[in-house]
Design a protein around this ligand. Sequence first.
Ligand code: SPV
Ligand code: MG
Length: 548
Amino acid sequence: MATQIKQSNPGKSTQLRRLLESPDLEFILEAHNGISARIAEEAGFKGIWGSGLAMSAQFGVRDSNEASWTQIVDMLEFMSDVTRIPILLDGDTGYGNFNNMRRLVKKLEQRYIAGVCIEDKQFPKINSFINGERQPLADVDEFCGKIKAGKDSQDDPDFCIIARIEALIAGWGMSEALKRAEAYHEAGADGILIHSKLSKPDEILEFSHEWARRLPLIIVPTTYYSTPVEVFHKAGVNLVIWANHMIRAAVAAMEKASREIFENKSVANLEDRIAPIKRIFTLQGADELTRAQERYLHPGRPETHAIVLAASRGNALHELTHDRPKVMLSIGGKTLLRRLLDEFKKQSINQTTVVAGYKHDAIDTAGITLRINNEYETTGELTSLLCAEQDFNEDMIITYGDLLFRSYILDDLLELDGDIVMVVDSDLDNSPISGKPDYAYCSRTDDRSMFRQDISLKHISEDEKTDLGEPSGRWIGMLRIRGNGLNWLKQGLGELQQREDFTQLTLPDLLNHLVKQDIPVKVHYIHGHWLDVNTLQDIDRAGDFTKA
Ligand code: SPV
Ligand code: MG
């Protein structure tokens, strides 16, 4: 896992700072090792809480600094390596005095950890929910010195130091909590975490009211979890930490599974209710390694190339595409094209051809081969595809340029057998429909309980109903061609070129042409997790999608 994601991601601390300063109420989720961090990211969380409780628990020790701080940092390194979202470490008391804090900040920055939260208790700490009221607090001045020492030793200006106040839990009252918050603010803290163990949010709300947004406010609603989160937002809370739910979910699942296996002396009954081995491989990034092996150990084999069709303006986006084609629209600070290229790189796809047309001069050509369809205004996708003919490869992905998708979709597609495979979203109810959807009518509908179903395309059309009945899903605009597929594709293109209306034909026309000739076009079903950008509304959706 440790080598999956390049470490040159300088944006994690900036991402965390944005979460703290966001006008929305934001949420981060506890994770305690590499795999749980990856799962939290895939679920859509924008950040991770490196919980002291959960990390100690997964080591099987108490939340009392029994795991050494270097063991915690080692674990964080695994978590950081496999994720792109920021990690806020629950740094307990900073594991010592100001000097330990200085070294901690250095070591965290070296591992791209976005920030650390320290609590005003004494080392070695004990979890706040165990006899919290009897735990001694840190001296205010000493704790302020620790915050200052941390701030002075960070290199990255966006690295965040959060001061956590335990005065309410320790029974020292609201005015002590507020006094401490002000002192920590002055010492340079980037945010205040106010902790409470009441089952109602009363003291948190009172604190928020008195605090009046002087610094970002963070809460951990473990005991007052039944409060609707809108209440927190209204009260001025910026960030909610779901602090221990991944370890608790994992423990409950492991207890149930282990009991059942023990009692039944069999795993047959359990098999369908636990993650398939393949899912574990996916979370480990095993497929990328397979492809890397092909690239580095067997360099003679064809690499996967990508062809991106990006000739259109995207008329429905109006002014936004006045001076650039759709693929150059920036979503969350990165263009659609750059996002695609990043996804390709993750899968070791390093050769990409982009077929442009409208405002092709505005395309950032770094890392791509640019081909131009000068007739883009009067021609269709197949004409664009032909512009890239010289870049066709024995193994290639063809995709529209306005596509956003979760990484696993391309990852899975690259793993499948089949000479021509198309990705179809079987979730017609939930996927937002904009533009003209390409409905796929397939040999079978999606049976999600079956792994690797053998399904083929029967017809693809913009019609929501045909003689074939209801559609089985929507083609997302992504196709893989390999092996015989390339010859079939070339042959199909050649045949269609004979037609008078060739210039108007689209990729679905090509797919239908192939299917008619009994060429197997395989279908790989997915269930959401993608988006194409056609309308202004899609831009908002895309922003949310990339933030998630
Ligand atoms: C942790 O997750 O370890 C925390 C939060 O510090 S709490 O357990 O609520 O104190
Ligand atoms: Mg903790």
